[in-house]
Design a binder for this molecule. Structure first.
Ligand code: HEM
Length: 540
């Protein structure tokens, strides 16, 4: 369990009250919004909808910033780039909290993870440590690891012999292999212990276990435990299943970590090694911050959950969009042939391959797989979890519907503040609707069209307006990893294959998407036709 939850000092409280008085003078109240959602049933009803587009629809009616109320809990939804940046970047210190809930604590080792941990010195130390470890691996082993997985993926696709297949599972295995190897492996240059085989039993067990945890945690039967503490005394099958899956997850990850610790020649490049050393140093640090084995364990969970479905969903979206615009696929292929001749691309080639980079950006714009970078709020003490039950339910439901993120949990305002001149009281949940911001006609021309050309010089698009990875101190921790993966996997796939649909119009993928753990494309089949060119070299 986590030792510390951050509590505000007297000085902070005074400053906060002064700010609150200033804020109230601005508009005197919260932003407008639809009538309150009073019943849990309404939440269940909301869960039937594609939440990101539903909220974007509400924005057309109520404006770029609107309020949803649930009993005595308040959510403020931000639907534009400038407002999301105001909250997450400019006023980051006001909105970097996460809500605390009974079930959230169960799945996160008592809030010891980066993604679910509330804002505190301890959380900052953990995030810094994981970030440093990830950066170090990204600079050393990541590139080779992705290349290796991309070539294995190539073999799998060639093995399909031109038949129509759903590639989503292959993308998941490839992304999962990258992050699992990065987290636990000894040395990427050595033979990888996790072979690219769907029957790699343990990897599959861990993956399915993590997925089950995420989807069970979002179920109304489990959210209800956060709303009504008395229900915790009654039998609850979904909750028992959740606890069982959490125990399985902890067994598998614990075994990996122990195995790693026992290795004689640990690689200095591995994330786990870096984390182990960092945790030892933190114990003696001046700030009294104490990171524990639970933090290490939960950091591994963060990386494995955050690093699998997100990247895989993006790759699947890329192929789906390109099937709708086959000419872009050919142009990207021609661009690579002209620039690289007979070799495979390197990440450092990305500026020389502007169309390929534009395709990656356009997919992230149209389908930010974590379309609602979750709520931030203002921090109090542990009694909050009893005071904000419906809020916890909404948060769980939002998480289930939206994305990446089992990991990217809601933000909450750490103190009274303001957004767009509206007063935002402490503890309000802030929902940055990335999907809405990426479809804002004030920023993007023809926002619903797949037009990678917008990111080319003179095309009117601006990669700086993309918010797919959120912003501020809660910005996606795996952004560097994800960007390298998306670029290299997409490059390898389009260098080696032409993707064709299995028929006329009817065979094209439905681009509406379904919000599950992440924002995913509905299942579709595609034919991967190998390109005739034989490549001679694997690197630059
Ligand atoms: C958080 C997007 C890949 C690990 C997030 C957030 C977003 C996001 C929007 C929430 C930010 C917020 O709360 O404001 C994405 C996208 C990805 C991706 C679009 C791929 C296309 C990854 C990968 C990893 C990862 C590969 C791990 C290696 C995390 C973690 C958090 C997070 C640990 C929680 C950060 C925190 O609370 O401080 N991500 N992500 N993500 N992501 Fe990612």
């Amino acid at each position: 369990m986590c030792a510390s939850r951050r509590t505000s000092t007297v000085g902070e409280q005074d400053a906060s009250q002064a700010q609150s008085r200033r804020s109230q003078r601005l508009h005197g109240g919260l932003p407008p919004g639809p009538p309150g959602l009073l019943l849990l049933g309404n939440l269940v009803d909301l869960s039937q909808k594609h939440l990101p587009s539903h909220l974007t629809g509400l924005a057309q009616r109520y404006g770029r910033i609107f309020t949803l109320t649930c009993g005595n809990s308040t959510l403020v939804v931000l639907n534009s780039n400038d407002l999301i940046k105001e909250a997450l970047v400019k006023k980051w210190s006001d909105f970097a909290g996460r809500p605390i809930s009974y079930t959230g604590d169960m799945v996160s080792g008592g809030g010891c993870s980066v993604s679910l941990g509330d804002y505190s010195e301890e959380w900052r130390a953990l995030r810094r440590l994981v970030h440093r470890s990830l950066q170090r691996c990204s600079q050393t082993s990541l590139h080779a690891l992705i290349q290796k997985q991309a070539l294995l993926l190539r073999k799998v696709l060639i093995g399909y012999n031109g038949s129509a297949v759903d590639l989503s599972e292959d993308f998941t295995v490839a992304a999962s292999n990258v992050i699992t190897t990065l987290t636990f492996e000894k040395e990427v240059s050595n033979c990888c212990p996790l072979q690219y085989e769907k029957d790699s039993e343990e990897l599959q067990r861990l993956h399915s276990c993590l997925n089950k945890i995420v989807s069970l945690w979002g179920s109304p039967w489990i959210s209800a435990l956060d709303c009504f503490p008395l229900l915790r005394k009654l039998p609850n099958r979904p909750f028992s299943r959740l606890l069982k899956e959490v125990a399985r997850r902890d067994d598998i990850i614990g075994a990996h970590l122990n195995e790693f610790k026992l290795q004689d020649n640990k690689s200095e490049d591995s994330i786990t090694d870096s984390l182990l050393k960092g945790i030892d140093q933190c114990i003696g640090s001046a700030h009294g911050v104490r990171l524990t084995a639970t933090h290490l364990h939960m950091a591994a969970v963060d990386l494995l959950i955050g690093g699998t479905e997100t990247t895989a969903a993006c790759l699947n979206w890329t192929v789906a969009f390109l099937l709708h615009r086959p000419e872009v696929q050919s142009q990207v292929y021609e661009e690579m042939c002209a620039v690289l001749e007979d070799r495979y691309p390197h990440y450092s080639d990305r500026r020389r391959l502007p169309l390929l980079s534009a395709v990656v950006s356009e997919v992230l714009r149209l389908r930010p797989v974590a379309p609602l970078a979750v709520p931030h709020r203002a921090l109090r003490d542990s009694s909050d979890r009893r005071r904000l039950p419906l809020l916890s339910a909404v948060v769980s439901e939002v998480l289930r519907l939206r994305p990446v993120a089992p990991l990217a949990v809601p933000h909450r305002a750490l103190r009274d503040s303001s957004i767009a001149g509206y007063f935002i009281p402490k503890d309000t949940l802030i929902i940055p609707n990335l999907f809405g911001a990426h479809h804002d006609p004030a920023v993007w021309t023809e926002p619903y069209c797949f037009r990678p050309e917008r990111f080319l010089e003179g095309g009117g698009g601006c990669a700086g307006s993309l918010l797919a990875f959120g912003g501020g101190p809660r910005r996606c921790l795996g952004e560097t990893v994800a960007k390298m993966e998306l670029f290299l996997f997409t490059a390898y796939l389009l260098r080696d294959f032409q993707f064709v649909s299995c028929g006329e119009e009817a065979g094209l993928p439905d681009l509406e998407g379904e919000a599950s753990v992440v924002l995913k494309v509905k299942s579709y089949k595609v034919i991967a036709v190998p390109r005739p060119v034989e490549h001679k070299r694997d690197g630059p």
